[in-house]
Design a protein around this ligand. Structure first.
Ligand code: ADP
Ligand code: MG
Length: 640
């Protein structure tokens, strides 16, 4: 059978791997053992789903060092791999994450800094075997199959696949260790004490026994009748021993788990190479007893926004995996959380359908939701920099959560939200905003747009800013809907758009003055309305402008931001979802005076001015010009 070639990208990764991108070669053992453990997890899981009895006491991982042959063998009686799986799992590195991996490698200048643990990332774990071995042979028999297959490779030059005899389901990996060099002692991986040390160091929590035959020297029993003072004779015996304590991390008391252990577990298990932002370790007693270990990732995984991403936590019952991604344990708004839940209150044989309806699951889910919120609030208060990082990665998810399900989670999520604001160029919580409000401030103000720098200059915000009132800048897509759902920033302080003519309450005199202003200029307004036709719903003397000449606001239920949003999401549907545009003019501005003068002398020119003002209002509002060429011609005509 001819040699098959690795996919090109696999080859590159392999080269990097072999050329030691990672300085601690010893972690290959952790990777191989963790795959073995995953494989046994999968087997128990499959057997469970198939309703098949499984003798759990036989499940184990075996290490066999062979000094003479120079090989280290790792055997598991897990789920095994079919021929196709051998080929796709081991013939292609970093299947789904390959692209991202390459990009990150490129960004890091091809070779990451030494010590960066990128092994284990995007499923390159298995290949770490090539850091210590110059030939790797994998024999496997898949669960439910009756034929074994052997995959063999000596590194980047490709691999072979052929049938092999395997009695039991599972996988056997034989690593032929490289010859020792001056710098590197590969031979040590054949010594039982090294192996047992490495298992303790990296794989202690693996919840299946990792077994190895160890040699012990012990005093022989004295034969009957031997003299009391005869020197003891020694013998060497071989005994199978379990090397790991098998206590999963989450079962250990919080005080005894080191930060590194939490972080390593996370990176290994979820294929991230960055430490998580935070760990929540819960040990709950009472009506429902469970242990949980939850992580807040520092970054959204590359597939987070795709359909492929599945939320959920791993569910164990007394250390046995019963569900890999239990979606019901996590609300949609916290779907970025990773982790495990272990509770002996679930029976091992529970079906997935039944599981969803158990009271325990609901109790745990609701407790965890509170814990997650609590941890986020703690970060927000004690470690704002971290919280901002969290927010950059997952903030939108929380905002979407406020609006989702008819707003039923809004009270839970409100305190977690951040918005940009006119206060010091930073993001703020609504609580902080409310605390800063002067006593006389009637409303919590907001302005909508795409860009904070633009919003700082928004003409209709001027009068609010000049009063010394802070303005929230709504730049995130769901913001407008969030504000609508929340209705008020704090007790008794409803939200108000800076576009709202009633945003600043008027005194009686002010009211009379603005009414008079409107009457005095009615002729100009009528002219502009006629010139623009049904492009605008109304033209009015603005109460929202201070020094600016013109702006666009909207009347009715659909705001300009919503219109833009609909347009982005579904342009076809958006045709019927237009805001009713109101062109706001400022009679005190020079442009208005020019318009009035033109109206008296040159109505055609006045008409052009009206079109110009309308176009400018569109631009300020971030709306597209309906006729950019026409607009340019207009400006040029006016320049002549
Ligand atoms: P990851 O473990 O992150 O998926 P690896 O490179 O470590 O990536 O392993 C690649 C894949 O090979 C695994 O996802 C698994 O499907 C398969 N695999 C590796 N080792 C074993 C094993 N001992 N038994 C069964 N399948 C295995
Ligand atoms: Mg792995």
């Amino acid at each position: 059978m001819g040699k098959k070639q690795f996919k090109t990208e696999s080859k590159r990764v392999l080269d990097l791997m072999i050329n030691s991108i990672y300085t601690h070669k010893e972690i290959f053992l952790r990777e191989i053992i963790s795959n073995a453990s995953d494989a046994i997890d999968k087997l128990t899981y499959k057997a469970l789903s198939a309703g098949e009895a499984l003798d759990r006491s036989t499940l184990q991982i075996t290490l066999i060092p062979d000094e003479e042959g120079g090989t280290l063998t790792v055997i598991d009686n897990g789920v095994g791999m079919t021929r196709e799986e051998l080929e796709s799992n081991l013939g292609t590195i970093a299947r789904s994450g390959s692209l991202q991996f390459k990009q990150d490698m490129a960004a890091a200048g091809a070779v990451p800094e030494s010590g960066t643990d990128i092994i284990g990332q995007f499923g390159v774990g298995f290949y770490s075997a090539f850091m210590v071995a110059d030939q790797v042979t994998v024999c496997s028999k898949a669960y439910g199959s009756d034929e074994g297959w052997q995959w063999q490779s000596s590194g980047a030059d490709g691999y072979t696949l052929e049938p092999c005899a395997m009695e039991e389901t599972g996988t056997k990996i034989v690593m032929k260790l490289k010859p020792d060099t001056e710098d590197e002692d590969y031979h040590q991986y054949l010594h039982t004490h090294t192996l047992s040390r490495l298992v303790k160091k990296y794989s202690d929590y693996i919840h299946y026994p990792i077994r190895m035959e160890m040699e012990h020297t012990r005093a022989k029993e004295k034969p009957a009748g031997a003299a009391e003072d005869a020197p003891p004779e020694y013998e060497t015996v071989k005994e199978w021993e379990t090397l790991n304590s098998m206590v999963p991390l989450w079962q250990r008391p919080k005080s005894e788990v080191k930060e590194d252990e939490y972080n390593d577990f996370y990176k290994e298990k979820y294929g991230d190479w960055e430490d998580p932002l935070s760990v929540i370790h819960v040990s709950a007693e009472g009506a429902v007893e469970y242990k949980a270990m939850l992580y807040l990732p520092a970054k959204a995984p590359y597939d987070f926004h795709s359909r492929e991403y599945q939320k959920g936590l791993q569910l164990y019952s007394s250390g046995v995996l019963i569900m890999d991604k239990c979606a019901d344990l996590l609300p949609e708004h916290f779907r970025f959380v990773k982790g495990v839940v272990d509770s002996q209150d679930f029976s091992l044989n529970i079906s997935r359908e039944l599981l969803q309806h158990t009271r325990q699951l609901k109790v745990i889910a609701s407790n965890l939701e509170k814990k997650i919120k609590g941890e986020l609030l703690r970060l927000q208060k004690d470690d704002r920099e971290k919280y901002e990082r969290f927010w950059t990665a997952f903030g939108l998810q929380l905002k979407v959560g406020v609006v989702a399900d008819f707003g039923q989670h809004k009270d839970l999520l409100k305190d977690l939200l951040l918005f940009w604001s006119s206060h010091g160029g930073k993001r703020t919580t609504l609580k902080e905003y409310a605390e800063r409000m002067p006593a006389d401030q009637p409303y919590a103000y907001y302005a909508c747009g795409e860009d904070v720098a633009q919003l700082e200059k928004l003409p209709q915000a001027e009068r609010i800013r000049d009063k010394g009132y802070e303005i929230l800048y709504l730049t995130d897509e769901p913001d407008q809907f969030v504000i609508e759902a929340l209705a008020e920033a704090a007790q008794g302080k409803p939200f108000k758009s800076v576009d709202d003519p009633e945003a600043l309450p008027e005194s009686e005199e002010e009211k009379a003055a603005s009414e008079k202003k409107a009457q005095d200029n009615q002729d100009v307004l009528d002219f502009v309305q006629e010139a623009l036709g049904d492009k605008v719903h109304a033209v009015r003397v603005s109460k929202v402008l201070k020094s600016g000449a013109v702006c666009m606001t909207a009347e009715g239920p659909i705001t300009l931001e919503m219109e833009k949003y609909f347009q982005r999401v579904d342009p076809e549907q958006a045709k019927g979802m237009k805001a009713q545009r109101v062109l706001e003019l400022n009679p005190d501005a020079g442009a208005f005076a020019a318009l009035r003068a033109a109206l008296d002398s040159d109505r055609e020119k006045a008409g052009r001015y009206a079109q110009l003002l309308y176009s400018q209002a569109l631009l300020i509002a971030g709306l597209p010009l309906e006729d950019p060429v026409g607009y340019t011609e207009l400006v040029c005509a006016l320049m002549q």
